[in-house]
Write a protein that binds this ligand. Structure first.
Ligand SMILES: NC(=O)c1ccc[n+]([C@@H]2O[C@H](COP(=O)([O-])OP(=O)(O)OC[C@H]3O[C@@H](n4cnc5c(N)ncnc54)[C@H](OP(=O)(O)O)[C@@H]3O)[C@@H](O)[C@H]2O)c1
Length: 217
């Protein structure tokens, strides 16, 4: 498979890319800067330069042309204010979904967030804006006729993967390792029959292949 990844330099995106390449898949990373493109090339991936926050649908379509799958795991990270969160987390997925339509790519995987993440805490305005934008992105993707899968991970950690998760339609928001999110995404991609579903994933005790197999009815 040829997978284009928006957010390939990020915590989840880089882990997915590394694992996909190790399994013999082709990876195209959509990056913002030439030095990122050079680093990807060094790792054996193709790179296309595009900024989902500013480039038009046509540019995004050109960068993902020829892919079998698009993975959107980008996020502004709350660093550059509401505008960046709106442009990347909120409007980014629907822009790339429109690009997918133009480029003739039908399979789209979106990394989102649990809607009830940290509802028990008093979060700041930036976080609340992020939550609104993430939900907007999900709603817009669901309305497309793409073969989408939305994966909502709980709070991400960088501990080495456990190889196990708790995956399903509704889970309790706790923590999950980025390695395990990456492995779950790839296992979902390897099961194209699982489509047009929103899944929640948190740390758990079910081997990832079994957790994904249990979704197949
Ligand atoms: N942190 C958590 O606990 C948590 C929980 C649930 C869900 N999530 C979501 O999970 C996803 C992955 O999280 P992560 O921590 O792995 O992400 P991350 O390490 O913060 O990486 C974010 C990625 O988005 C890219 N990006 C940012 N702005 C962009 C733009 N304008 N155009 C193209 N790419 C852009 C970054 O590229 P650059 O290298 O160019 O900056 C980077 O590759 C995100 O969508 C996040 O919102 C996070």
């Amino acid at each position: 498979m040829n997978i284009s990844i928006v957010g390939v330099t990020g915590g989840v995106g880089s882990r997915v890319a590394q694992r996909l390449r190790a399994r013999g898949h082709s990876v195209t990373g959509i990056v913002r800067r030439p030095d990122q493109a050079q680093e990807l090339a060094r790792q054996g991936a193709t790179a296309k330069i595009a900024d989902v926050a500013v480039d038009p649908v046509e540019t995004m379509a050109e960068s993902i042309k020829g892919s079998d799958i698009i993975l959107f795991t980008a996020g502004a990270g709350g660093q550059d204010g509401h505008e960046a969160t709106t442009a990347v987390d909120g409007n980014g997925p629907s822009k790339v979904a429109a690009a997918a339509k133009v480029a003739g790519v039908s399979r789209f995987y979106l990394v989102s967030v649990f809607p009830e993440a940290w509802r028990e805490k008093r979060m700041d305005d930036d976080f609340e804006h992020y939550m609104v934008e993430k939900k907007k992105a999900e709603s817009q993707l669901v309305l497309t006729d793409l073969d989408w899968v939305i994966l909502r991970p709980s709070a991400l950690t960088d501990e080495p993967g456990a190889g196990t998760v708790d995956l399903g339609l509704a889970k309790i928001h706790r923590e999950i390792r980025r390695d395990d999110v990456a492995e779950t995404l790839i296992t979902l991609m390897e099961n194209p029959g699982i489509t047009r579903v929103i899944l929640e994933a948190t740390g758990g005790f079910t081997p990832i292949d079994e957790a994904v197999a249990a979704l197949i009815t």
